[in-house]
Design a binder for this molecule. Structure first.
Ligand SMILES: [Mg+2]
Length: 314
């Protein structure tokens, strides 16, 4: 049977790795949002958010949409209070990408309800009465279901020239993909573009189910970037970073991808020369772009596309 790209959303108990050799500069890069475009999948998730909440609550979709607009206004007014939560803590902010916004909007129904908003109180009560009192979990379910359907129909939408960019990069560096997505699914996506990520090419390897969002393993720890506290106690991602010891780390979501590498740069001598690159996307928030300004955060720079990486190591 033909494998489905959405098998990537099943989560094995432990991070998986398809691996190979070393000897050259090592780039550890995120996958979604750096090598792919998120817009189509994000639209599908947004549509599903309204229809699923309408289906559970019995409300008209227009009423759901209006209610979510109130939550979106609260998110915009208080951006530090909304995001994707892990163990109750914000692991990435709502405004960092559209998938994070989905989680924040669903979870935000409860937060805005707690603030006294009658319409959100009514919706939250309906959802709870129908078995969906855990709104963080409901947000994840909506994301996973909508993404699965979208990717079954469309697959990942790669950025223009992705395979050629990767091949050029592999001439001058080793590349390690580190993604929350499942390794097998990412490998299949690359295989469709003629790139073998099955361990046969020693220049490229893959960590899937990296669980970058998972916090804990000790006392809560954060660094402040641009006035925002960002959690850096990410034990699963930390383990990958310390095992790979990359020269460059690349991501499109500052909190998930880059905050911990920047923290390790300060504390792990072997990572003192680490460079971190925020890949600019249509949704990258201004506060994250500002961090990339010259000298603002030592070791951090912005890139426009993955194609800019070749020049960094050539
Ligand atoms: Mg990403």
């Amino acid at each position: 049977m033909k494998p489905s790209p959405t098998e990537g959303y099943t989560t094995p108990a432990r991070p998986t790795r398809i691996t190979a050799g070393r000897d050259r500069p090592r780039i550890l890069t995120d996958f979604d949002g750096v090598w792919t475009r998120l817009e189509g999948q994000a639209q599908a998730v947004g549509d599903a958010r309204v229809s699923r909440l309408a289906g559970i609550s019995g409300w008209d979709p227009d009423r759901i949409a209006r209610c979510l607009e109130r939550v979106a206004a609260a998110v915009a007014a208080h951006p530090l209070e909304h995001g994707w939560r892990n163990g109750g803590r914000i692991t990435a902010y709502a405004d960092e990408d559209p998938f994070l916004m989905n989680s924040a909007l669903v979870n935000g129904v409860g937060l805005v309800a707690a603030g006294g908003d009658r319409e959100c109180q009514a919706l939250a009560a309906r959802l709870e009465a129908r078995g969906h009192g855990d709104l963080t979990r409901l947000g994840s379910e909506i994301f996973l279901e909508a993404s699965r359907t979208f990717l079954e129909r469309n697959g990942h939408e790669m950025v223009e020239g992705a395979a050629a960019i990767l091949e050029a990069l592999l001439q001058v560096a080793d590349v390690v993909f580190c993604t929350n997505f499942a390794a097998d699914a990412v490998a299949r996506t690359w295989a469709r573009h003629g790139v073998a990520l099955d361990g046969t090419d020693p220049r490229v390897s893959l960590h899937g189910n990296a669980r970058k969002q998972d916090l804990g393993g000790g006392a809560p720890e954060h660094r402040t970037f641009g006035g925002r506290p960002v959690a850096v106690d990410r034990p699963f991602y930390r383990k990958v970073l310390l095992s790979e010891m990359p020269n460059i780390v690349v991501g499109d979501v500052f909190s998930l991808d880059l905050a911990l590498p920047l923290a390790l740069r300060e504390t792990v001598p072997e990572l003192r020369g680490l460079r971190c690159c925020l890949c600019r996307t249509p949704y990258t928030p201004g506060w994250a772009l500002d961090l990339c300004g010259s000298g603002r955060v030592p070791g951090l720079a912005g890139i426009e596309t993955a194609g800019d990486l070749e020049a960094l190591v050539s």
